[in-house]
Design a protein around this ligand. Structure first.
Ligand code: DSN
Length: 491
């Protein structure tokens, strides 16, 4: 690595601190090595592997050294159940500082009245939101009617009545095969066991959300909660329309912005496309396009804030204070003007990737993108998603297979590959690089054939023409070298 690359402006990964970060990681790895060398080796290997692959998983990114280093401290050792100023453990003064700062940054970043930064993950954030809505809309009125202050005051019979009511509510969310998420009321997930769920899909021709159809479904089903948000929908959502629909049927609008929080923070999504002013409750992870540590956050209006604040003990145990500290650092980073440039580049690069596929004749769900996701239908290559994902991995391209609307291959094998631009944009990839990425993906898939197993045609087996993986890997290595991950960081 040249001295220049150490001080060169990076895409936001803190290359100006590369020398300091190198020293910190070298020392840390030496300490880890003295206890369990295999973990130190795996840690080094993970960086090498991430540096050497085209990471196109839409939900992944690279956090800055500042965020990563913040996670490795003694805040990990502290119990702090409760919330700021109201803990069930002594000596939480420094955790209070951390949680206060993280929440303050989150409120400022998203323009939200209230932020709860304890959730450990996206599912935790969604569970906190669901139970806060149930507590506000079902439990509180029931307690008031019975003249009880809290649930512990209820008789056994009244408690059973309330439990039955809590467990019998309705939720309307986006269907899984059109891009919704498992935690939006689907049976394999606890949310599907909690709620009576129905889903809305997309228009079969355009692949876009049909708001009239969502409104019709809401009028008929009358959900307590209308969930908007997605993990595999390559278009923007009009949250003002979603709120109108929720208001018309008396539903609470909950938006899960886990995937696109970075585009909201970076002001790419504004007005009707910014969920925060329209939703009653907004949930997110912090590690996807937002580029923070692995974790979750809940934003809420005043109406729901008191219930969300009881996320612990309602749903959560002790907060991960070291991760809350890293969230504060990541939110502070996202409040910098440079993050807006980053977010805009993420969206522009996704368009370039989609155009790269379109001009090479590949079929995209909805025909393109206007967020950070591109969803490729690999049926036109004669492959399943599983075969395509494996072949791309052979060539050093890391993606994940994904269902497409009305997928004939189900969720396991699937017929789509989901691409996302947040991670490579963090490395500094630009629009022309993403056009080249599309070319390499198409070259790989055109040279991949489905294969049979011992029992006939297989949805998993494939063959790849000789030399393809090596050729593509070499071409991608050139781009990766030109856009190094954590430039100047030497272990
Ligand atoms: N696993 C995340 C994703 O890939 O979209 C969401 O759960």
């Amino acid at each position: 690595m040249s001295a220049d690359s150490v001080t060169a402006p990076s895409a936001g990964l803190g290359s100006e601190y590369a020398v300091t970060a190198s020293a910190a990681y070298r020392s840390a790895l030496e300490v880890i090595e003295s206890v369990e060398p295999r973990i130190a080796a795996a840690t080094r290997q993970e960086l090498a592997d991430q540096r050497d692959s085209l990471k196109l998983i839409a939900s992944e990114n690279y956090a800055s050294p500042a965020v990563l280093l913040t996670m490795g401290t003694w805040f990990s050792d502290k119990y702090a159940e409760g919330t700021v100023g109201h803990r069930f453990y002594a000596a939480c003064q420094n955790v209070d500082t951390v949680e206060t700062l993280a929440a303050e940054h989150a409120r400022e970043l998203f323009g939200a009245p209230y932020a709860y930064v304890q959730p450990h993950s996206g599912i935790d954030a969604n569970l906190v939101a669901f139970w806060a809505i149930l507590a506000t809309r079902i439990e509180a009125p029931e307690l008031a009617e019975l003249g009880a202050k809290n649930v512990n005051d209820l008789s056994e019979a009244d408690w059973e009545k309330l439990r039955a009511k809590l467990g019998n509510q309705r939720l309307l969310g986006m269907s899984l095969d059109t891009g919704g998420h498992l935690t939006h009321g689907f049976r394999p997930n606890i949310s599907g066991k909690m709620f009576y769920q129905r889903s809305y899909g997309t228009d079969p021709q355009s692949g876009l959300i049909d708001y009239d159809a969502v409104a019709a479904a809401a009028r008929e089903f009358k959900p307590l909660i209308l969930v908007a948000g997605y993990s595999a929908y390559p278009r923007r959502v009009n949250f003002a329309k979603m709120r109108e629909i929720a208001d018309e049927v008396g539903a609470t609008l909950m938006v899960d912005m886990a995937h696109f929080a970075g585009l909201v923070a970076g002001k790419v999504f504004t007005g009707d496309e910014d969920p925060v002013p329209h939703a009653h409750v907004t949930t997110s992870t912090t590690h996807k396009s937002l580029r923070g540590p692995r974790g979750g956050v809940v934003l809420a209006t005043e109406e729901y804030s008191a219930a969300v604040d009881k996320g612990c003990p309602m749903v959560l145990g002790g907060p991960l204070s070291h991760v809350m500290a890293a969230k504060a650092v990541a939110f502070a980073e996202a409040r910098q003007p440079a993050f807006r440039d980053y977010a805009q580049n993420v969206a522009d690069n996704a368009k370039a990737l989609a155009e790269g596929f379109n001009k090479r004749g590949a079929r995209l769900v909805t025909g393109g993108t206007d967020n950070h996701i591109v969803l490729l239908d690999v049926q036109s290559f004669g492959l399943t998603g599983r075969q395509a994902e494996s072949a791309l991995l052979d060539a050093g391209i890391v993606t994940n297979r994904n269902s497409i609307p009305n997928d004939p291959n189900g969720a396991w094998y699937s017929s789509g590959i989901r691409f996302g631009t947040p991670a490579l944009t963090s490395r500094g990839f630009a629009a022309d690089d993403f056009d080249r990425v599309a070319e390499l993906v198409v070259e790989t898939l055109r040279n991949t054939q489905p294969a049979s197993g011992p029992n006939g045609p297989s949805k998993a087996k494939y063959t790849i023409a000789d030399g393809t993986a090596e050729r593509v890997h070499a071409a991608s290595s050139e781009m990766l070298t030109a856009n190094p991950l954590y430039p100047g960081l030497e272990l």
